[in-house]
Ligand binder design. Sequence first.
Ligand SMILES: [Zn+2]
Length: 406
Amino acid sequence: MKQIQTAVYAFVAIASGSVMLMAEPDIIVRTNVPYGNAANVRVQENGPVTEVRFTPNPHGGPECLWFCFQVCRSGARRAALGKQRLILECPETMLGGGQPGHFRPVFRPTKGNWERTGAPELIELPDGRRQAAWTFDMEKPSLDFAFSFPYGREDVERLVKQSGGYWRVDTIGVSQGGRPLWRLSNDYSRPKGNRAGVYLMARQHSAEVSGSWVLDGVLRRFAELGDAAPLAWAVPLANSDGIEQGDYGKDNFPYDLNRAWGKPPMRHEVLVFQQDIRRWAARCRPVAGFDFHAPGASETQGIYSFVSEARPEVSQEAKQWAVLMGEQLGAEFAAANFVRVAKYPSRWETPRFSTFFHEEMKVPSVTFEVPYAIVHKTVMNREQYQEAGRRIADAIVKQIKSLSTK
Ligand SMILES: [Zn+2]
């Protein structure tokens, strides 16, 4: 047990998102970076170490989770940062944050390549609060830090570019805040076509980035398979506003996106998606919908799935799909208890993506929950998430084949 001595320090908080230490060594923390999020930031010197303390900002949600910020030298001084100690305060206020020893955030020299941190040093305060700390000694003048590998518009653009023209990108509408909503497709040329079709989505909860890396792998695999893949339409960045603003975006107000799927829908984004799903269904033989998420912050038991119980005959079929997905993911990635029914207490008992698929499309839907950092004993990198996605893509193709021979 260790308590940090409170030193005298001075800082100013700037509403646009940075907190500046007024004395030497002029280190600042910026949250006005892509997907930026941090609250109650304090920078102070403690001997040769600069300590940066922060708490993830709930941005209006009941729990917090996501953080993303830059630590750098202000002004013209481009000296190396030196020894930094990043201290995450109040992890118990994060969704599923009860075991911060499982956190493995990511860091990079600004514009460099993201890497995982090691296990944190855990600090327990006398009143029972906990903290998690990581120490860095960087030669660089600027360091970025995030809860897990960020995934946004530039990653979608890279996927599209690297897929050599396989994916078309269209804007199907805008978000509540007026940002374009992108949908990727590999085929929409044939109205009333009979090609088996799947619809995929990620980031209804805006910070669930690990789900995005798995969807990225699914879409890359479909591009490799070419015509052997199903007709696929995908919305990779569903809660576009939340993503850009650095929101965690689960259960947040005014309305959790994945609880807004009633008719009529309770969010503009869902209105846009429902229209698009109806267009998709008119251009293929719909077989399934897939939605990619991330579970609580400390989860390490492997990737798992949720199947909706809406419309029992469709729910049965969805369970069969999910069983096959779990087999294809294998013990390396899948949780032992892979197929689950969403029965956890929810603040919002209103319809979800899966409910809409079962009730209106009358085809099965599977929701994936992809841990942010650790899967069993593996600290996941981006390629491993993409590999899990490739296996899901292969499972989809396999299941479509088996259905067509029945
Ligand atoms: Zn989610």
